[in-house]
Write a new protein. Sequence first.
Length: 260
Amino acid sequence: MTETRVRTPATTGAPPNQRTSPEIESSRRRFVRRQRARRWRLLRRVLVGLLVMGVVAGLGWLVFFSSYLSVQGAEVRGTHVLPAASIENAAQVPKGEPLATVDLGAIQARVEDLAAVRWAEVSRAWPDHVRIDVTERTAVAVVSWEGTWRGLDTDGVLFRSYPSRPAGLPEVRVTSSTSSDALVETGAVIAALPADLMQRVEYLDVRSIDAISLHLRGGAVVTWGSSDQSAEKAAVLQVLLRNPAKVYDVTAPGRPTVRR
């Protein structure tokens, strides 16, 4: 009997279904790189977020809790008649309080309570002061009030005292029954008078809100009434003054009358 031998082909390396092609290996490496990049982007976002939170927390502590930005005082600007110390005393700026939490509106209200202050603007002057910009009232007339000369502005506010009657300002004469509303009307009348006409006024007689008259230098009297239509009244009066008279009535500017 003849023996037949069967030759089995030799196998080397991994089976065909377990071998890695260059394309698969390249794809695997790209996947690994993408995964690493994704993890790094996530880590970077976390680090940036932590850094931002740290900065915000640090700024919050610096602004609201530290003594570095606490109020040390006030800067007063715009005063000409009032002493700056008077503004500071009225303002009651809370020294030592964080500048960021100071109630600017309350400070403004306290400053504007001063009669001589027409309005005020309050702001933060970093790092450690409150700035107060003041607009003072300007006297356009004087009133003999309770034994002293007082300045009157165009809002009808009595806001300052004079040791004697100041030159260059017309007098407003009042009675014991003259109300503060009548002074407001008077201020509006004065504000409406042109400068050349105002220079001819010696004094204003104020009895009530609708009983205001102008006494001109030379003796003529202008019956004005209230402050309504003051601009029209002033324009009509300037035309009427071209003809001398004793009394000019412009209470109704559309129907003025003159008495010679």
